[in-house]
Design a protein around this ligand. Structure first.
Ligand SMILES: [Mg+2]
Length: 228
């Protein structure tokens, strides 16, 4: 199917959409900031969101954002939206190759994977929040390789970020299938449409790797599972 003995799957942007969690977090942060600062507007907040995703991560330093994140974690299973065909693709992949999960996700992710039958289809799940090592540290992927007991060249890493997935995989000697962005998520209830629009505009251009001998670009996990 993939030509590799094993597959390491990322979760956000591969199995489920990241955006519903991020949008719910942003909305909750905005509402908390409005409660403490009467001068806060969606325009001011959008500027902060822009700065946050441009790299200064301004929002992660605020108490309001931390509180909002705890609420999002509590609603993880309700917010999780499968990227179409991903769960079925994992069932098919796991029949053909040894499959593991390697992802930066909160512990609540494990409950969703289990409820969707993904946990049972995979041989092991390595989440940064549970094992104490996070991407882009290649040690997280290294744990999966140690578990599999395979040389890196036998493992195909499937992910959606150049910094978190492609570079660590190539650095260790693994091949990568890079999943293109799919903007087909549904805006979670309670999220202001203008916030969704601003977020989509800010996040519209994310780095894509150059295809090569060890880098393939695929539209979705579902597409990967149909390859022969
Ligand atoms: Mg991801």
């Amino acid at each position: 199917m993939t030509g590799y003995s094993a597959t390491a799957l990322d979760v956000g942007g591969v199995i489920y959409y990241d955006e519903p969690f991020e949008l719910a977090w942003l909305q909750g942060t905005f509402e908390r900031l409005c409660a403490t600062d009467p001068g806060m507007t969606l325009g001011t907040f959008t500027e902060q969101v822009d700065r946050h995703y441009s790299g200064d991560e301004i929002l992660t330093r605020s108490e309001e954002a931390a509180e909002s994140w705890m609420r999002v974690r509590g609603a993880w299973s309700e917010l999780a939206q499968e990227i179409p065909g991903a769960v079925r693709a994992i069932a098919e992949l796991s029949r053909e190759t040894r499959t593991v999960i390697v992802a930066n996700q909160p512990p609540e992710c494990a409950g969703v994977l289990s409820a969707w039958g993904v946990g049972a289809a995979c041989e092991a799940v390595f989440l940064d929040s549970l094992v104490g090592v996070a991407k882009p540290d290649p040690a997280l992927l290294g744990m999966a390789l140690d578990h599999l007991g395979l040389p890196p060249a036998d493992l195909l890493v499937v992910g959606n970020r150049v910094d978190h997935d492609v570079l660590p995989a190539l650095g260790l000697g693994c091949a990568v299938a890079f999943v293109m962005e799919d903007a087909g998520y549904r805006r979670p209830s309670g999220v202001h449409p203008d916030l969704d629009r601003a977020y989509r505009a800010i996040r519209s251009s994310r780095p894509v790797p150059t295809e090569g001998e060890r880098v393939t670009i695929i539209p979705s996990l579902a597409e990967l599972s149909t390859r022969v």
